[in-house]
Design a protein around this ligand. Structure first.
Ligand code: TMP
Length: 230
């Protein structure tokens, strides 16, 4: 079977995890072996880097340059340890974020020099490029609401433990997240970054309105994936 590498991108609150799970199930039903990954992370080394980037209590002083390099260190490991071997074995790889997130967050969001960001991405991934990228877009207000909800839940967790509060949390990582502590203008720039990426590579990057219902987004995803299967 032709190997396929599909990435999902977009700001918080677009329902990426839900759509990845739905697509993985649908592809498996067609007999494909499917590997679901996430960035940063996806390998033991990458998960440690993810912790440093997002949750470590000692990461507040991280510079934008260190953030860029850590994102790509995790990526370099994931590409060689998992993605290339999986594709070589004919698997379909679905990745929750890949290098477009670096362009959007570190390039546009943190305002690092875009050609430098691109050179570092190129070094990290080499020839390993997605066949298709699905950009699940929601307006800024939707991602903001999602981040606010998480912050409120974090405060809940800092109060004396109440087992039912833990049990009700809808997220698998109820931890402080440094990436979510940036201000509104940062996320506006990230959003503009994703729009610029979609405009620059319209054949690879498909923009999907993720404010639609879950089945409608699922149908839009399938519309772009299905032609690649034969
Ligand atoms: P998430 O897995 O919950 O989406 O968290 C990943 C965070 O890391 C999210 O805020 C986006 C950010 N990120 C970057 O800033 N650059 C990158 O290259 C990647 C992959 C993620």
């Amino acid at each position: 079977m032709r190997p396929l590498f599909i990435t999902f991108e977009g700001t918080e609150g677009g329902g990426k995890s839900t759509q990845i799970a739905l697509l993985a199930a649908r592809l498996r039903a067609t007999g494909r072996a499917v590997r679901v990954l996430r960035e940063p992370g996806g390998t033991p080394i990458g998960e440690e880097i993810r912790h440093t980037l997002k949750h470590s209590l000692d990461n507040a002083a991280m510079t934008a340059e260190a953030e860029l390099l850590l994102m790509n260190a995790s990526r370099a490991q994931l590409v060689r340890e998992v993605i290339r071997p999986a594709l070589a074995a004919g698997e379909t790889v679905l990745c929750d974020r890949f290098y477009d997130s670096t362009t959007a967050y570190q390039g546009y969001g943190r305002e690092l020099d875009l050609p430098t960001v691109q050179r570092i991405i190129d070094f990290a991934v080499g020839e390993t490029r997605p066949d298709l990228t699905l950009l699940l877009h929601v307006p800024l207000e939707v991602s903001e609401a999602r981040r606010r909800l998480r912050q409120e839940q974090l405060q809940l967790l800092q109060e004396p433990p109440h087992p039912s509060a833990h049990a009700k949390l809808p997220f698998d990582e109820p931890l402080r997240d440094r990436m979510e502590e940036a201000d509104r203008s940062f996320f506006e720039r990230v959003d503009r970054g994703f729009a610029a990426i979609a405009a620059a590579e319209p054949e690879r990057v498909r923009w999907i309105d993720a404010t639609q219902s879950v089945p409608a987004v699922q149908a839009a995803v399938w519309r772009w994936v299905e032609p690649l299967l034969s």
